[in-house]
Design a protein around this ligand. Structure first.
Ligand SMILES: Cc1cc2nc3c(=O)[nH]c(=O)nc-3n(C[C@H](O)[C@H](O)[C@H](O)COP(=O)(O)OP(=O)(O)OC[C@H]3O[C@@H](n4cnc5c(N)ncnc54)[C@H](O)[C@@H]3O)c2cc1C
Length: 385
């Protein structure tokens, strides 16, 4: 006979773990099945920025993304302070703020001012003497603002979300799935009243298993760039003209008071269209322009190439909010951004409102899934000529 659960969540990224926490608190018998390691898809590769929408205002208009994101930071803050829906009191905050600085020609100063004017009143202008060290070194001219948006240490986030699911996050491979809620995992037949796929790119495989041919997902590639060692941290967005930052920088301690800078934004979007060597040369030349006082030729470089696995709406666009779709007893969940996970969990819990907890089976005897690595912990490093 199949082992029975109220819920089987597939995927132990931030979405699956958050959803599993909330369902466990609601009294459901939940197990999480992870194909590789906790956070090993997009979550551990993310920059950990809890966007409140300000970054999206760089596009010059109040986008639906910006409006939807604005309600998320208070949800995260409540959990970080121990009065929210999940316990994030142990999560390390890498930075309370993200800096926005002009990273282009003279015109980019205007772009930063305009973006700052559009964002909420809490956006703070930083006086020249207080500019972050990497900007002060080359006496950056022009306005620099601080956005009140946190950057989280993502591993501590994953660990905090895994803590109350101890013994229930298992490693397994799904090979069969039905809309009636029966699933084969590593040769065991399991069943659940609802199955939740929060498996990032793995949602595509599950849709395929159910025979759903409709196009519901997209992949958008990125080539994040890593550079080390830097003696100072920086968190924020170098703004030039255009809808997206020229670079988005987060900094991660690697011991000895040094950091690896993890670069996204335009560097990662444009780098995705290049091979690794060209992307590294491009990133190095971008940093030489943006931070001319920092010596870059003595640094080590690496890239993380991956894909954002996202939903797509009927017009082929990225939805402005998280998405949940249901076929029979199987739900598919996409947060769209890490920031939106609290809203995603509301949408999933809404599907349980007429389903009282009932199942009693203990977790199946599958191996416990381990925590994944950061890209810079497993990268192969090189110099750039
Ligand atoms: C480089 C990068 C930077 C980003 N930075 C930010 C940021 O700063 N702020 C922000 O808000 N968002 C950011 N994002 C987006 C954010 O990371 C994602 O929206 C979010 O992590 C998605 O979480 P998830 O749990 O849905 O998916 P994932 O993190 O991809 O987790 C899915 C999990 O499912 C597992 N899995 C796959 N298939 C199966 C299967 N068949 N069975 C079981 N398990 C399976 C995978 O191994 C993985 O562990 C970034 C994304 C990228 C790629």
């Amino acid at each position: 006979m199949s082992e029975e659960y109220d819920v089987i969540v597939f995927g132990a990224g931030v979405a699956g773990l958050w959803i599993a926490n909330r369902l466990t608190q609601a009294g459901y018998n939940v197990i999480v099945v992870e194909k590789e390691k906790l956070g090993s898809g997009q979550t551990m590769a993310s920059q950990g920025m809890i966007h409140g929408g300000q970054k999206y205002l760089l596009q010059g208009v109040l986008t639906p993304h910006a409006v939807a994101a604005a309600t998320m930071p208070p949800r995260w803050q409540a959990s970080i302070e121990g009065r929210g829906e999940v316990d994030l009191t142990s999560v390390e905050i890498l930075s309370e703020e993200q800096v926005m600085w002009p990273a282009g020609s003279l015109v980019s100063r205007g772009a930063v001012r305009a973006a700052a004017a559009r964002v909420n009143a809490e956006c703070r202008k930083i006086e020249t003497n207080d500019h972050p060290e990497p900007l002060r070194l080359h006496k950056l001219q022009g306005p620099v603002y601080a956005l009140p948006e946190k950057v989280l240490e993502v591993r501590s986030l994953v660990l905090a979300l895994a803590r109350d699911l101890d013994g229930r996050i298992l490693r397994g491979e799904v090979t069969d799935l039905t809309a009636e809620g029966v699933v084969t995992v590593s040769a065991r037949s399991l069943c659940a009243r609802l199955i939740v796929f929060a498996a990032g790119a793995g949602n595509e495989q599950a849709l395929h298993m159910l025979g759903i041919g409709q196009r519901l997902t997209q992949r958008r590639p990125l080539r994040q760039v890593m550079v080390r060692p830097l003696p100072y941290a920086l968190f924020g967005h170098g703004v030039a003209m255009g809808a997206q930052p020229r670079v988005t920088v987060t900094s991660h301690a690697i011991g000895g008071g040094e950091y690896v800078w993890y670069l996204g934004g335009g560097v990662a979007e444009k780098g995705a269209k290049m091979d690794k060597a060209a992307a590294l040369r491009f990133a190095a030349s971008e940093l030489e322009h943006m931070f001319p006082a920092i010596p870059w030729s003595d640094k080590e470089w690496a890239t993380w190439y991956g894909e954002r696995a996202e939903p797509i709406d009927e017009k082929g666009r990225l939805p402005a909010a998280p998405v949940v779709r249901q076929w029979g007893c199987v739900l598919f969940a996409w947060p769209t951004k890490l920031t939106f996970v609290p809203a995603l969990s509301d949408a999933v819990l809404g599907r349980f409102k007429d389903i009282p907890p009932a199942a009693k089976s203990p977790p199946p005897p599958l191996p416990v899934a381990e925590v994944g690595a950061y890209p810079w912990e497993v990268a192969s490093w090189q110099t750039v000529a």
